[in-house]
Design a protein around this ligand. Structure first.
Ligand code: PMT
Length: 403
């Protein structure tokens, strides 16, 4: 339910802090990566070591701790998260969040974060019912934060009422619900991902640095959007994402053949694969030998079929999205590809920048249509994928006259 989602778990001071340890495990069970930030008060209830052992990452407690800041600075940590979950959230923490304070690491992170913030409060029922706490809750809701619970029941203090931390399994389900949109339910999405390999002989090939991360993240985002997903992938080191029809291929020609077989059923085709434009003109059956006395070698290459162009120009013409991997003149070259290939949309990324290009965990993209450009800031490939799926759903609805 949370494949590769990066969840920053904020733990504040309260007896329910011990339940946050179980939450780390349950989030991980659903495929999430979890990093933990604790307030000073939280460390009075559970030690950071517990969370470090469970999350397998250093636990962040102080704003100006040189040790953890070297591992990942607080701004970097805020940018890393796809979702911030505060569980348990104390009355004091809600008050500090509502007043926009940045007087400890967790409040500062919430101020710096661009992602969704979910709050699971836990406190004495009288504290929860107080007008001040309810006003803070309303203010935070108005600012776009979401609340999971609290639930009613017997409390640690012996009183009964609303204020108990929501059940851990329910918190996990709510987290997944934030990513599950249903935006593409009933649609069949075909995605190409990874590199292609163009064989020269039985032991050598021409390829590129694509890891498949961006394409696989799109497949996961399309699944969360309720689509049926076929992922046609060149060789990568990634496990096939759950709930996808996974079709492994090797060369550009294999990828072309696999995509063409899906054309009749595809509503949307997204070309994320880094497809080799050319392949060796001849495939040697035996290993090509080094020839003595020659200090150079000439390889003849011939053009591969352009998969995404063939899809966009087919009679069926599913909604067709390309990616443009550029090292210079990003918008100009990507727009040219959009028009030349007759695509509905193209996503441009700068592959000269190692922080956001091939094999990185983040991306920074420009989403381009013939009439508009939308810049997406640097974020995880998973979050980038979610945003791209939202754009596709919007444009698809417009195209079919539903919006
Ligand atoms: O896999 P990662 O490590 O996560 O890296 C992601 C990525 C950088 C590979 C990805 O974000 C990306 O940019 N993919 C497109 C790579 C590419 O081949 O770009 P291009 O500008 O050369 O091609 C433009 C479009 O035509 C692409 O959609 C490509 O899939 C498609 N194409 C290209 C050639 C060809 N013969 N057939 C195609 O379908």
């Amino acid at each position: 339910m949370l494949p590769n989602k990066r969840i920053l778990l904020g733990v504040t001071g309260g007896i329910a802090a011990y339940k946050a340890a179980e939450l780390v495990r349950r989030l991980q069970d659903q495929g999430a990566q979890v990093r933990v930030v604790m307030t000073r008060a939280a460390t009075e209830f559970v030690t950071p070591l517990t969370f470090q052992a469970l999350s397998t990452y250093p636990v962040h407690t102080d704003l100006l701790n040189t040790e953890t800041e070297t591992v990942m600075g607080h701004i970097e940590l805020a940018r890393w998260a796809d979702l911030i979950v505060i569980a348990p959230a104390s009355a004091d923490f809600l008050a500090r969040l509502a007043t926009g304070r940045g007087d400890d690491l967790l409040t500062t992170l919430c101020l710096a974060a661009e992602c969704k913030i979910a709050i699971a409060p836990a406190m004495n029922q009288a504290m929860w019912a107080k007008a001040a706490t309810q006003a803070n809750r309303q203010l935070l809701l108005d600012r776009g934060m979401v609340f999971f619970g609290p639930e009613e029941g017997l409390q640690a203090c012996g009183e009964t009422g609303a204020g108990r931390l929501l059940d851990v399994a329910a918190i996990v389900e709510h987290c997944a619900g934030l990513f599950t949109t249903g935006l593409l339910s009933g649609k069949h999405v075909v995605i190409t991902a990874g590199p292609t390999r163009e064989a020269l002989d039985p032991v050598r090939y021409i390829s590129n640095h694509s890891s498949g991360k961006q394409g696989y993240a799109l497949a996961e985002a399309a699944v969360l959007a309720g689509a049926t997903v076929t992922l046609i992938s060149g060789p990568t080191n990634l496990p096939p994402p759950d709930r996808t029809n996974f079709v492994p291929v090797v060369s550009a020609q294999d990828m072309y053949d696999a995509v063409m077989q899906t054309l009749d059923i595809a509503d949307i085709v997204i070309g994320v694969a880094a497809v080799a434009d050319y392949r060796p003109a001849t495939l040697s059956e035996q290993k090509i030998k080094k020839s003595d006395g020659h200090n150079s070698m000439v390889l003849e290459l011939i053009e591969n079929p352009d998969i995404i162009k063939a899809v966009a120009n087919s009679k069926h013409h599913p909604f067709t999205v390309g990616f443009a991997a550029e090292t210079t003149n990003l918008l100009e070259y990507a727009t040219k590809k959009l028009k030349q290939k007759n695509l509905d949309m193209i996503v441009a990324n700068d592959v000269a920048n190692h922080a956001i290009g091939f094999d990185s965990d983040d991306n920074e993209t420009a989403v381009i249509w013939v009439d508009h450009v939308e810049q997406l800031p640097r974020m995880s490939k998973s979050n980038t994928a979610g945003r791209i799926i939202e754009f596709i759903a919007q444009r698809l609805a417009q195209k079919s006259g539903c919006a």
